[in-house]
Design a protein around this ligand. Structure first.
Ligand code: NAP
Length: 253
């Protein structure tokens, strides 16, 4: 599978979970991949695994809530691989979990800083060059929580709802400039985030047995698909692993 040969991707939150699997799948599809997470050693370890399997990858520490850190990641990606064609805004946190009237204001704001402002930081850092070049792909990892409130998740739901609107705003503003922007809802996936959710016991998602969660390779495959021309009709929209028609396309693609 070399659909993305010559492409260069930056994946945030790539040290584990969906971001790790997406980075591995992008590399398998031929892209060179920069992996970022606050734990840079872990991101580098995942990148080493990709390189050992014959892919092109490097890992770096970066915090998406800090714009200067994101601009450094983008610059490092361009320096290392010679460009940046794909940004996967995947980094995310679920905390704080709990009633809105008990939430620590700083913790609540921190969730928005990472899940919403963090994605904006990525977009803000990559778009000038993408617009100038007339092309580029941005995938904002969304959630079902963007579209329905879930008890105890006021910060997460608000951030992801904001992110869904950010995706639509970017689609509107970049129309006709060659920018391929997508929201992507990965389904309910077996990651460390779901371990935290299960431990909270607070809403129906926390009651889903681990065995019913999706493996990370499913959304990873979808991320690769969205980077190809086969997904061009979905530009500006939110693709979802809960949408049977979209999942069918992955099997075909
Ligand atoms: P995860 O296993 O907890 O992984 C989260 C990743 O994000 C880690 O690599 C983490 O590394 C990184 N990260 C967190 N805060 C960061 C920051 N400030 N700067 C840079 N990296 C940061 O979570 P996941 O389930 O794979 O989630 C990935 C994305 O999918 C998130 O956006 C999440 O909201 C979304 N999603 C997940 C599910 C699901 O069922 N799992 C469902 C819907 C949507 P560090 O801690 O080292 O920074």
């Amino acid at each position: 599978m070399v659909k993305l040969q010559g492409q260069i991707a930056l994946v945030t939150g790539a040290s584990r979970g969906i971001g790790q699997a997406a980075a591995e799948a992008l590399a398998q599809a031929g892209a060179a991949v920069m992996l970022a997470a606050r734990d840079g050693a872990l991101a580098a370890k995942v990148a080493d695994g990709i390189a050992a399997a014959g892919g092109r990858a490097a890992g770096l520490a970066g915090d998406v809530s800090d714009f200067a850190s994101v601009t450094r990641l983008v610059a490092a990606t361009r320096e290392r691989f010679g460009g940046l064609d794909i940004l996967v805004n995947n980094a995310g946190v679920i905390q704080p979990i709990g009633p809105v009237w008990e939430a620590d204001p700083q913790d609540w704001a921190r969730n928005i800083d990472i899940n919403l402002t963090g994605a904006f930081h990525g977009v803000r850092a990559v778009l000038p060059a993408m617009v100038a070049a007339g092309g580029g792909t941005i995938i904002n990892v969304s959630s079902g929580a963007a579209h329905r409130p879930l008890e105890g998740w006021s910060a997460y739901c608000s951030a992801k709802a904001g992110l869904a609107m950010l995706t639509r705003s970017i689609a509107q503003e970049t129309k006709g400039r060659g920018i391929r922007i997508f929201g992507f809802s990965p389904g309910t996936v077996d990651t460390e985030m779901q371990v935290k959710i299960r431990a909270s016991g607070i809403n129906p998602v926390s009651k889903i047995p681990r065995g019913d969660l999706q493996p990370v390779d499913r959304p990873a495959r979808a991320v690769v698909y969205l980077c190809t021309a086969a997904a061009d009709d979905l530009i500006g929209e939110e693709a979802s692993m809960r949408d049977e028609a979209f999942v069918k396309r992955l099997a075909l693609g």
